[in-house]
Design a protein around this ligand. Structure first.
Ligand code: UT7
Length: 332
């Protein structure tokens, strides 16, 4: 019997309508369009405007609708949903259940997965394991965040960076030599001091004090995280390329987490991969955490070809990081 592989057969995405420009941010913190463009590479980002009852699952539902407009499938055929997010609608119930109910994927089981900006590649790993086990044939991978809900608009270290969005991928079983080939994933628990949101968990449950102390916002020591991100992504990409005998010329696309254009360029330079093979959309979407990689695939879908060798790589709070090597499965 041939080996089962897990392949992405369709992607979808959703970004909120509201465009938050650098100039608008400059009206409430001491920054400028020039600084943000030069130091981060963001021109504008999308933000979900606060509205009663509206959260990440609304973006996820629209992203699934977008996927279905390109590749129709019976929602009842979906057997599992893995939803990577750090900003679920609620602590309880999980957001995967809400999405399943509202999109008719009611035969699926599922759960939310927390791995910050590495959420999409961690979710892909879990979903592909379900498929290669032979037990499941269709798994929906969703990755999205509404970071605007946990960003302090008075903190210029973070508010120009973070944004909102959601990307999805349908992962299916195939016996063809395509889809996810290899992955290397890590976490080390070392980000607590430099990249965290302390409030809302069991150590600092929500209280007047936790709100007053700004514990419900992400705090980041950018310089420290920057260095760690570059080293980690370069090392893990080199390792996955070496163990799969991939030269830099074999790789058609590198899809890095979109945290900072300078991080992306440093990774590309050290891997000696030309920047035109690297997907970059941070300029228009900002850093939407788990959503950045699937939103790149969504943006680039028409340019990708069956058989393209693709490396996804991410780094985020935890720290969590890793790389996935896959062979793209279709021409859009
Ligand atoms: O997605 C999860 C992983 N996250 C990341 O990978 C993000 C990694 N870090 C970064 O992207 C960058 O470190 C930042 C964008 C967060 C900051 O850029 P930086 O070049 O590392 O700036 P810095 O923190 O070293 O600050 C340099 C200067 C400082 O002023 P002085 O001390 O040199 O006078 C800051 O106060 O820039 C100042 N600064 C700003 N100036 C204008 C910091 N933020 C701003 C701002 N506007 N928004």
């Amino acid at each position: 019997m041939s080996k089962i592989h897990a392949v992405i057969t369709a992607v979808g995405g959703c970004i909120p309508e509201y465009v938050l420009t650098n100039d608008e941010i400059s009206t409430y913190v001491d920054t400028s369009d020039e600084w943000i463009l030069q130091r981060i590479g963001i021109r504008e980002r999308r933000i979900l405007k606060p509205e009663e009852g509206v959260g990440i699952t609304c973006l996820a539902e629209k992203a699934i609708e977008n996927l279905r407009s390109k590749k129709d499938f019976d929602p009842l055929e979906i057997e599992a949903i893995v939803f990577a997010t750090s900003t679920p609608d609620y602590i309880l119930p999980n957001s995967a259940s809400l999405i399943a109910y509202r999109t008719g994927m009611t035969r699926a089981f599922g759960f939310d997965l927390s791995a910050a900006c590495s959420g999409y590649i961690f979710a892909l790993e879990v979903a592909q394991s379900f498929i290669v086990s032979g037990k499941y044939k269709k798994v929906m991978v969703i990755a999205g965040d509404v970071l605007s809900t946990v960003t302090d608009t008075k903190d210029r270290n973070t508010c120009p960076i973070f944004s909102d969005g959601c990307g999805v991928a349908l992962l299916e079983a195939t016996e063809e030599e395509e889809g996810i080939v290899d992955s290397i994933l890590h976490m080390d628990g070392d980000s607590l001091e430099h990249l965290h949101m302390y409030g809302g968990g069991s150590v600092h449950p929500a209280s007047h004090e936790s709100v007053d102390r700004h514990l419900h916002f992400i705090h980041q020591d950018g310089k420290v995280v920057f260095k760690r991100a570059v080293t980690a992504m370069v090392n893990v990409c080199e390792e996955i390329m070496q163990r799969n005998n991939l030269s830099k010329d074999d790789v058609r696309w590198v899809v890095p987490h979109q945290a900072n254009l300078r991080i992306i360029e440093a990774v590309a330079r050290r891997l000696e991969i030309p920047i035109d093979k690297v997907m970059v959309n941070i300029d228009k979407y900002g850093n939407s955490s788990a959503a950045t990689i699937p939103l790149c695939l969504w943006d680039w879908e028409k340019r990708m070809r069956k058989g393209d060798k693709v490396i996804l790589t991410a780094f985020g709070a935890g720290y969590t990081w890793g790389a996935v090597y896959l062979k793209w499965g279709y021409d859009a």
